[in-house]
Design a protein around this ligand. Structure first.
Ligand SMILES: [Zn+2]
Length: 244
C-alpha cells in the first residue's frame, strides 16, 4: 500500500548501503519513520529533500503497523535552511530534535505540525530572529504537553490582578498575593505580559527573548522546564557552545 502525505523532515540517520532512515512529522502531527534506499548515493535525486525541517510530499510503501516503511518518493516543497546562517541553521537542528522526541508514532496532534511549519516559515523569512522563534516553539510545546497552565489567573489563589512571581510544578503560575518569594528570586515585573505576547502573536512576530528582564527570565524558565522533561538535548549543547 502506498500512502502519500505532506510532512516535515525531522531526523535523517545513515543506514546500511548508503540508505537513510528518516523520521517525519506528518500533516496530522504524527511521527512516521521510513527507509530511503540509496538516498546518499551521488545520483540520488532526492537527497536534498531530507534536510531537517524541509517541508516535503512523501510517499511511503508498506503495510500499516509495519516498523519500517519504504520511502518511494520525496519531493521538496520548502526548506528553512539558509546557506551560511549559522544561528538559524542551529535553531533548525534544535527544533528538529525537539519535535523528533515529542511527536509519537500512532498519536496524531495536528497542533505540532501547525507549530513546526509556522516556525520553519518564520525562520526562512527572518533568520536573524531565530532565537525568538525557538523560544516561541518551546513555549507552545510545553503548552501542547499540558505542562504550561494559562498565566491569566494565579494557579494557587485564582487572582488575576496581581503580578506573577513564581512558576511551580504543583500550582503553575503563582502570584505575589499568595506566594511570598525573596525579591531576588521572584519573576521580574512584566512576566505575565511577556507570556501574553507568546500566546497571542504569530510565530513571525514572536517576542524577542532578551527584550526585557522578564522576557529573559521566562525564556530561561520555559527552556529549562522543557529540557528537563526531555532529559537534555544535544542539539542545544551545540547551539550554546557555538553562540557563546
Ligand atoms: Zn495567587
Amino acid at each position: 500500500m502506498i500512502r502519500t502525505l505532506t510532512a516535515i523532515v525531522l531526523r535523517p540517520t545513515p543506514f546500511q548501503e548508503g540508505g537513510l532512515i528518516v523520521s517525519f512529522l506528518t500533516e496530522h502531527g504524527e511521527r512516521l519513520v521510513g527507509l530511503a534506499k540509496g538516498a546518499k548515493k551521488p545520483t540520488a535525486k532526492w537527497v536534498s529533500s531530507f534536510e531537517p525541517l524541509s517541508l516535503v510530499t512523501v510517499s511511503f510503501f508498506g503495510k500499516e503497523h509495519v516498523e519500517l516503511r519504504r520511502i518511494t518518493r520525496c519531493e521538496l516543497q520548502h526548506s528553512p535552511l539558509i546557506l551560511g546562517h549559522l544561528e538559524s541553521n542551529l535553531v533548525v537542528a534544535c527544533l528538529a530534535d525537539l519535535f523528533d522526541r515529542l511527536a509519537k508514532e500512532g498519536l496524531e496532534d495536528d497542533r505540532l505540525f501547525r507549530l513546526l511549519s509556522a516556525c520553519a516559515r518564520a525562520l526562512k523569512q527572518t533568520p536573524e530572529r531565530a532565537m525568538a522563534i525557538l523560544a516561541y516553539a518551546e513555549h507552545w510545546l510545553l503548552h501542547c504537553l499540558g505542562l504550561l497552565p494559562h498565566p491569566r489567573l494565579c494557579g494557587r489563589c485564582g487572582r488575576e490582578d496581581t503580578p506573577l512571581v513564581l512558576f511551580s510544578e504543583e500550582h503553575g503560575w503563582c502570584c505575589s498575593a499568595c506566594t511570598p518569594v525573596d525579591p531576588e528570586e521572584a519573576l521580574p515585573a512584566g512576566a505575565k505580559e511577556h507570556l501574553r505576547l507568546l500566546r497571542t502573536l504569530p510565530a513571525e512576530e514572536a517576542p524577542e527573548p532578551d527584550a526585557t528582564e522578564a522576557a529573559r527570565a521566562i525564556t530561561l524558565l520555559l527552556r529549562e522546564r522543557l529540557l528537563r522533561e526531555l532529559g537534555g538535548a544535544r542539539s542545544y549543547d551545540v547551539l550554546f557552545k557555538l553562540l557563546i
